[in-house]
Design a protein around this ligand. Structure first.
Ligand code: NAD
Ligand code: UD1
Length: 354
């Protein structure tokens, strides 16, 4: 009889969820089978085919909204699940400023719904995609997990509210094993170039914005502020390869399933490299990865932007034995490869050529 664990991944067709599925299904990780759900509000079901292509296997997929409790209940009546990796959510900070109720409903109510259904099926192993933005503007770097959480926009607060709900659940019922992973700045793509982050018409994040310049869709990159107290005056962040983010989830599952940890299975961990890079560092590295110049202009600081933000990555190393392994050059090269192979994201035509 197979003793493989079954992992339900929510938001599985999305950027991070798709890479987590690939890592779970990887050749060297025959420990897991995966069930994928996503409501496809910010993704394509073609991502599931790509995951299957990379993994050379099948990935059962259900187009389910986490806000739909009866659909979740039906799913869990027909599938045994050992643990859940919960990536489904809306993630655009700017959008959350104008649509706070939508972010609350989807991210907070949706997560509460999911947790209720899981509890009713006695599924109590849970890993949550949180964000370093829960820290708000840090007063010191590197940021430790014990730093105050001063989330300062509806998106970040939705992440913090779910973290707080999870803490309350863990307090009331010790059967839960809950891992909260606070991602810093994920970038890059699987090195096959088959899966990656969907291109947006107006990305706000740095690396997708650089891609638009490198591919000629935008004439120059606006650098938001060159007068910060950083080495070159531009903002510093902790960019982490999405495959390293994915491997951290596999390490987190191993920790939760390890009987030796059965009395202390909850954790909140930063997922970063511990290394900060400036906007100019990223521009230079990306330019050399894609072999094209990245023209830029210097603009005013972005409101509420922080100068320097990078993780203290020690706790994840200590607890999970996990460290980010891929560097900035690999991140930029992989991000660019994904873009060149899929300039419009996932399309039917591309999929037929697989
Ligand atoms: P993404 O938008 O690519 O993926 C999220 C997926 O969730 C999408 O496929 C979307 O269709 C799905 N989804 C959204 N609402 C849903 C719902 N109600 N029911 C079912 N599916 C739903 O985003 P991502 O970059 O893969 O982010 C994954 C998670 O990680 C999010 O929760 C995000 O907040 C968090 N996170 C992301 C970043 C980042 O920079 N990408 C940083 C920190 C945290
Ligand atoms: C952003 C989001 C945050 C989200 C995080 C991870 C904002 C204000 N915050 O934070 O909610 O959790 O990404 O996905 O959107 N930059 C430029 N020019 C650009 C784009 C960015 O100079 O066109 C600079 C920024 O000023 C910053 C750095 O690049 O110094 C990184 O920006 P970004 O990728 O948006 O990440 P965060 O600011 O960390």
């Amino acid at each position: 009889m197979s003793n493989r664990k079954t992992i339900l991944v929510t938001g599985a067709a999305g950027y991070i969820g798709s890479h987590i599925c690939v890592e779970l299904l990887a050749e060297n990780s025959k420990k897991y089978q995966v069930i994928a759900i996503d409501n496809l509000c910010n993704s394509s079901a073609l991502a599931i085919q790509r995951i299957e292509k990379i993994s050379q296997g099948t990935l059962p997929f259900y187009a389910i909204d986490i806000c739909d409790r009866s659909a979740l209940d039906r799913l869990l009546k027909s599938h045994h699940v050992d643990a859940v990796i919960h990536c489904a959510g809306l993630k655009v900070m700017n959008e959350s400023l104008t649509q706070p109720l939508r972010y609350f409903e989807n991210n907070v109510v949706g997560s509460a719904n999911l947790l209720q259904v899981l509890a009713s099926h006695n599924i109590k192993n849970f890993i949550f995609s949180s964000s370093a933005s829960v820290y708000g503007t840090p007063s010191t770097v590197p940021i430790r997990e014990s730093a105050p959480c001063l989330a300062n926009n509806p998106y970040s607060r939705s992440k913090l509210m779910v973290e707080q709900l999870l803490a309350d659940i863990a307090l009331t019922d010790p059967a839960w094993a809950i891992g909260v992973l606070r991602y810093f700045n994920p970038a890059g793509a699987h090195d096959s170039g088959l899966i990656g982050e969907l291109p947006h018409q107006k990305p706000t994040n740095l690396i997708p914005s650089i891609v638009r310049v490198a591919s000629g869709q935008q004439s120059a990159l606006p650098i938001f502020g060159d007068d910060y107290s950083t080495s070159d005056g531009t903002g510093v962040r902790d960019y982490i390869h999405v495959m390293d983010v994915a491997s951290a989830h596999v390490a987190a599952l191993a920790y939760i399933f390890n009987d030796a940890n059965k009395d202390a299975r909850g954790f909140t961990l930063n997922l970063g490299t511990g290394q900060g890079y400036s906007v100019l560092d990223i521009i230079r590295t990306f330019a050399s990865a894609c072999g094209r110049a990245i023209p830029y202009t210097t603009e005013a600081r972005r409101p509420s932007d922080t100068a320097i933000c990078y993780a203290d990555a020690w706790q994840a190393a200590r607890l999970l034995g996990w460290r980010a392994e891929r560097g900035l050059a690999e991140m930029c090269a992989d991000h660019w490869r994904w873009h060149m192979k899929n300039p419009s994201g996932y399309t039917d035509g591309d999929c037929k050529r697989l």
